[in-house]
Design a binder for this molecule. Structure first.
Ligand SMILES: N[C@@H](CCC(=O)N[C@@H](CS)C(=O)NCC(=O)O)C(=O)O
Length: 199
């Protein structure tokens, strides 16, 4: 059975759990308490030298980086969660990279500052930059989703990759009300088969 090094408050871990659930792939979670620094202990660094969660262990094969995990699980267990044709697949890769370079880092860090950092240690200038950069990327997503139900062709790991931090963006005081296509897309994702809510 696949093991996921996991935490219930992590959007990146949730992505992986969502795909495994919707693919009917059995898994067990081992919680790594990042708030207690368990991710920085030698035992976990041996699994993921970046000290981040998630990571998975599939019969001895360790993969880390959430979108790489989504690609691996999709290729191995549920290939229908990516387009089969070259153009569709290339578009999926483009959005997966955009997600990790240009959206998640801003939305996730803005959320972390406001939700997890103790008052007094919150850098409000940094927060403003993150919110601004996040909004710029959300505008690109909003335009892309015009007239579309999902990011590329059918529901795919691209939608799974984008969902958690967009859904949680209000926790970083980034409001989605100006993005009607994104709000519609969120509902479409939440209506997919075997969807699980972010806990
Ligand atoms: N690019 C990584 C980012 C992973 C990441 O930032 N994970 C957070 C939890 S969502 C974490 O491990 N934070 C603990 C820390 O940075 O000490 C991925 O997508 O897997």
């Amino acid at each position: 059975m696949i093991k996921i090094y996991d935490h219930p408050l992590s959007g990146n871990c949730y992505k992986v759990r969502l795909l495994m659930t919707q693919s009917n792939v059995g898994f067990e979670s081992e919680i790594i308490d990042v708030f207690k620094g368990e991710n920085k202990k030698d035992k976990y660094i041996k699994i993921n030298p970046t000290s981040k969660i998630p990571a998975i262990d599939d019969d001895g094969l360790i993969i880390w980086e959430s979108n790489a995990i989504l690609l691996y699980l999709c290729e191995k267990y549920s290939p229908f969660f990516l387009p089969f044709d070259l153009i569709g697949r290339s578009n999926a890769y483009k959005w997966l990279f955009f997600n990790k370079t240009s959206l998640d880092p801003f939305l996730a860090k803005a959320r972390a500052i406001l939700k997890f950092y103790p008052e007094g240690s919150q850098d409000l200038d940094e927060l403003a930059v993150l919110q601004n950069e996040g909004l710029k990327s959300l505008k690109i997503v909003e335009e892309h989703l015009e007239g579309k139900t999902f990011f590329v062709e059918n529901y795919s790991i691209v939608d799974i990759a984008f969902y958690p931090y967009i859904k949680l963006s209000h926790e970083g005081k980034i409001e989605l009300s100006q993005f009607p296509n994104i709000l519609r897309w969120i509902k479409s994702v939440e209506n997919t088969k075997n969807f699980i809510s972010f806990s």
